[in-house]
Design a protein around this ligand. Structure first.
Ligand code: HEM
Ligand code: NAG
Ligand code: NAG
Length: 421
């Protein structure tokens, strides 16, 4: 297990019954109430190991080649950092779209699902750290620093395996990701709730209102997003839609939790207008482009169905790399256009706000300093992050060492508080 849960109060567990069965929580403290409490992605449940697709014949991602170099990002190192090219290149059949089959894992991230459907990630969805760093650069021209940060968060937060550096982009595939399941415990993959995956997603249900299905595409939600955005998925529109989703979750989900890791939801929303738009459409975040990446297809009655995530035809990626600094500024801007509270619903029916770094009394201040802004994401990787009210995940020494090794160079001079190992 990469993170250990600490500071868990019994009253907190009563307020948030589901924390008891979260990986890393010492549930022996709460035995007598346990039967009442719901579990997280275990066994037969949605996203759990029993129902997770199994591919006996794992084939790694198709690497880029001298003939079709893309950003020339290979083996987890920095590529050219220069986009504006077509993906996939005409003739590069190794990266043409192949629909996922019954043995392929997909999850809550349309960007990674699309990359796997095009073999930039392993088609079966059991991916490596290097594949993640390479694919983000080669497909979307994500800057090397941000590609690294997201891959670190994916691995450490969702209990990917720090030895094999493998991660499932969806359900619990511990038998394939873990170096030794008896030692590591379960590795839930990106479906794991209240880690990277969180409530009030753009097109995914909340874990607790839909029996643990926090990863499937939901056409009703896609339609709501399209309506709010008026088919123009820019920052202003997505900021409004994000706040609508916050209010929906707060009203409908008694276990709603919107913690510091939810900052990543604003980052993901920025990907619609920063990473998905195509040069062949004037880099407009239009419906044709966005629906293709989300695998959304309009039915004759106006509702939205799902057809798997696909890079749009003739798509050309962004020219300048999308960096840590870029995404942090987008997160803060998008948040401040329609601010909501960080915190969670309690059993008593109230909403409790929280404090974490630049988040004070549940809010990011409009007068946030540039230094605080820069440190926002860094603290998510190396800090003690509240992952539910009264519960904190603290990176283990191994996870911290892993994050510092991978991120050290890009964050070294930010002046953020560096935790001691
Ligand atoms: C290693 C890199 C990445 C990891 C580990 C990752 C992981 C995730 C996770 C766990 C979620 C679910 C968050 C939630 O809504 O609860 C998510 C959402 C999302 N990701 Fe990624 N992601 C990565 C890179 C990318 C890239 C490169 C794109 C580019 C298009 C992308 C686009 C999105 C979008 C649009 C969403 C929101 C989906 C929705 O809420 O309906 N991601 N990602
Ligand atoms: C899709 O989202 C809507 C709105 O939140 C919800 O009512 C519905 O139950 C979801 N559908 C599925 C199949 O999960
Ligand atoms: C892609 O480009 C080709 C050649 O220019 C064109 O015939 C085709 O209509 C384009 N497809 C889309 C979806 O833009």
């Amino acid at each position: 297990m990469k993170y250990a849960a600490v500071s868990l109060l019994v009253s907190g567990a009563a307020a948030f019954p589901w924390v008891v069965d979260s990986p890393g929580v010492d549930s022996s403290l709460f035995k007598q109430r346990r039967a009442l409490w719901r579990r997280q992605q275990t066994g037969e449940g949605a996203g759990g190991p029993a129902t997770c697709p199994f591919n006996a014949n794992h084939v790694p991602a198709s690497p880029v080649t001298a003939q079709y170099p893309y950003n020339n990002a290979k083996n987890g190192v920095m590529g050219n950092q220069k986009g504006g090219f077509q993906v996939p290149t005409t003739g590069d059949t190794a990266h043409y779209y192949v629909a996922p089959g019954p043995n392929d894992i997909r999850g809550p991230c349309p960007g990674l699902n699309a990359a796997a459907n095009h073999n930039f990630l392993s088609h079966d969805g059991v991916v490596t750290y290097n594949e993640l760093v390479d694919a983000q650069q080669n497909v979307y021209n994500v800057g090397y620093d941000l590609a690294n940060l997201l891959a670190v968060l994916g691995l450490t937060l969702t209990d990917g395996d720090l030895v094999t550096e493998k991660l499932s982009i969806g359900c619990d595939a511990t038998t394939r990701t873990s170096v030794n399941p008896a030692l590591t415990g379960s590795e839930p993959g990106l479906d794991g709730h209240n880690k990277f995956e969180a409530d009030s997603s753009l097109t995914r249900n909340d874990f607790f209102t839909h029996n643990g299905d926090d990863f499937s595409f939901n056409g009703t939600l896609f339609g709501m997003m399209d309506t709010t955005c008026k088919s123009n998925f820019n920052r202003e529109a997505l900021s409004l839609y994000r706040s609508q989703r916050w209010h929906q979750s707060q009203a409908e989900n008694s276990n709603f939790y919107f913690g510091p890791l939810s900052l990543l939801l604003y980052g993901a929303a920025s990907f619609l207008y920063e990473l998905m738009p195509s040069g062949t459409h004037g880099y407009a975040p239009d419906l044709a482009t966005i629906s293709s990446f989300f695998g959304a297809q309009k039915n004759s009655d106006g509702t939205w169905g799902f057809v798997h995530e696909k890079i749009p035809a003739n798509w050309t990626n962004r020219v300048a790399p999308y960096t840590n600094n870029d995404v942090t500024l987008e997160i803060v801007h998008m948040y401040l256009e329609n601010p909501v509270l960080f915190g969670g619903n309690t059993a008593a029916g109230s909403f409790d706000a929280l404090n974490f770094g630049a988040i004070q009394n549940g809010k990011i201040s409009p007068s946030i300093t540039p230094a605080q802004t820069s440190c926002l994401l860094y603290q998510l990787t190396t800090g003690q992050v509240p992952s539910y009210l009264n519960g904190v995940i603290t990176p283990t020494v191994n996870a911290l060492a892993f994050a510092l090794k991978k991120l050290g160079p890009s964050f070294a001079n930010l002046g953020c508080p560096i935790p001691l190992t």
